[in-house]
Design a protein around this ligand. Structure first.
Ligand code: FNR
Length: 187
């Protein structure tokens, strides 16, 4: 079994990106287990807080979950053509202290996807993640791309994925990423 941690970068109850992550869990092949991690408990990064108290317990636990996993699935919203601050903040905390970065993130397979109500489908946000993933020494997967535009028409009022075309793209994406993460895990 290949295990990856899935994180959606929105705290909104009706988040399309959380809905996309749930759909990814649903369609993932049997060989791939996606553990969904919440970001709701992660405070704003504050260097004074870190100096006095260290990294918050929840962040430490999430770091260890990532270290133990075979990969990461990031489901990113797009704000102002880039990474939402809320999501970037999570990775700023996860990268502390910086001496832990190689152990937590080194060569970790990472897949990116995202949903927007508009036309762009998070193209700009996904591109903005690349320098972050490079800085953390990850192994980003470029085998497929998944942009979900028009999210208001793709999910129903309960956040269920109802668009069959996107479901097929998501299913193919998850199967291909599962193959990559399993291959890296074996090496
Ligand atoms: C947005 N939104 C947005 N969408 C987009 O495609 N490109 C963009 O640059 C932005 N910019 C932006 C800035 C801010 C501050 C907000 C609040 C929103 C719209 C965004 O895609 C939409 O709110 C999504 O629904 C956010 O993702 P979740 O919360 O549904 O997962």
């Amino acid at each position: 079994m290949t295990r990856v941690v899935g994180i959606a970068g929105s705290r909104r109850t009706g988040s399309f990106n959380q809905a996309l992550l749930r759909a990814a869990v649903e369609v993932a092949p049997e060989t791939l287990q996606i553990e969904v991690a919440s970001i709701a408990e992660i405070p704003l990064y504050d260097g004074d807080f870190e100096t006095t108290n260290g990294v918050p317990d929840y962040v430490t636990q999430l770091k260890e979950r990532i270290a133990a996993a075979d990969g990461l699935l990031l489901v990113t919203p797009e704000y102002n053509s880039s990474i939402p601050g809320v999501f970037k903040n999570v990775f700023d905390w996860l990268s502390r202290p910086s001496k832990d970065i190689p152990r937590i993130f080194g060569s970790k397979p990472v897949a990116l996807m995202g949903a927007t109500p508009g036309l762009g489908g998070t193209r700009m946000a996904q591109a903005a993640w690349l320098p972050v993933l490079r800085t953390l020494g990850t192994n980003p997967w470029f085998g497929k791309q998944l942009y979900v535009p028009g999210a208001g028409q793709v999910f129903d009022a309960n956040g269920a994925l109802t668009d069959e075309k996107i479901r097929k793209l998501l299913t193919d994406y998850m199967a291909a990423f599962a193959g990559f993460a399993a291959f890296v895990e074996k090496r």
